[in-house]
Design a protein around this ligand. Structure first.
Ligand code: FES
Length: 315
């Protein structure tokens, strides 16, 4: 399974904060596909594809723009992009995909961003302003010096809709519980940020209808939430093949070993690239992507296990 890749040239890079840069990717030839706010692309790095959210609105014949934080202790993709890629560098990317869409209609939209989670949310604020929708954007940053896109938000025509929380500034504090409780009935909530922030958002919105709470994570569930059998058999229903997941091996590793590599990107259960239907068996879900309802039919191959001896996938 592969996705059709696009070739782009790194046309501009600029520093947002000490650890965050904006990367502008221009088409090497032709125009890049359109997308809606909330979409992300996979950038193929020297350690494999990684998902990055688009932080702008689609412009015909325009570039893609992503904001990337250099993670010194990450798996290497952001270090490679920051340390190795320079203007003029050619890169391969996947076409935009969107798992984090704006609701077509809502009484009000409450956008919440933690740190680099601002990237998809920034595009959403621009789209809602264009639509003339009711919205507010609340940004949670460690401090001003860690806040990307600050100048862009301050000078945007919708700057009156933005509030900032800075951990290091007693004058700029926003409490998530108070923020969410104050939102009118019918509000749709959107949140993107690190694990602790997302857990706090889930807690603050727990009494709201789940279909009105939209989340995009960029970190996996804690290892403690993963469990299941150490070996199990996977049947690939379409090809009729059977693969044994051996002790110490993940489902993803077993499928790759057997010559059936699924499409992957984040490989930690947050992007949805590897989501696949299962037809029977009892998977153990460890992703931060699928809803409870979706988990009845689908699993994220990169981090799923199995409680049953046999798992049948629609592959
Ligand atoms: S590769 Fe991202 S969820 Fe599996």
């Amino acid at each position: 399974m592969t996705q059709k890749l696009l070739e782009v040239t790194l046309s501009r890079v600029w520093q947002q904060t000490e650890e965050i840069r904006t990367f502008e990717l221009s088409p090497t030839e032709g125009a890049l596909p359109s997308f809606e706010a909330g979409a992300h692309i996979d950038i193929y790095t020297d350690v494999g594809p990684r998902p990055y959210s688009l932080c702008h609105l689609h412009v015909v014949d325009g570039p893609y723009v992503v904001g990337i934080k250099r993670e010194p202790d990450g798996r290497g993709a952001s270090r490679w992009l920051h340390d190795t890629c320079r203007v003029g560098h050619r890169l391969q990317i996947g076409p935009p995909r969107n798992n984090f869409r704006l609701a077509p209609q809502a009484a009000h939209h409450c956008l919440m961003a933690g740190g680099i989670g601002i990237t998809p949310v920034l595009a959403m604020a621009k789209a809602l302003w264009q639509r003339g929708s009711s919205f507010e954007l609340v940004c949670f940053f460690r401090g001003r010096s860690h806040a990307p896109f600050l100048e862009e938000m301050r000078t945007a025509p919708w700057n009156q809709r933005v509030r900032f929380h800075f951990d290091d500034s007693p004058a700029h504090q926003v409490h998530l519980d108070d923020l969410c409780a104050a939102q009118p009935v019918g509000t749709h909530f959107y949140a993107c940020g690190p694990a602790g922030f997302m857990a706090a958002v889930r807690q603050a919105t727990r009494l709201r209808p789940p279909e009105q709470v939209h989340q995009e994570s960029f970190s996996a569930l804690p290892a403690a939430e993963k469990s299941g059998r150490t070996t199990f058999t996977v049947e690939l229903a379409r090809s009729g093949k059977t693969v044994l997941v051996e002790h110490g091996e993940s489902l993803l590793q077993a499928l790759r070993r057997a010559g059936h590599p699924p499409i992957t990107s984040c490989e930690m259960g947050v992007c949805g690239s590897c989501v696949t239907r299962y037809l029977s068996g009892t998977p153990v879900h460890a992703d931060a992507f699928l809803s409870a309802d979706e988990r009845l039919r689908e699993l994220a191959i990169c981090c799923a296990g199995s409680l049953s001896e046999r798992l049948v996938l629609d592959l």
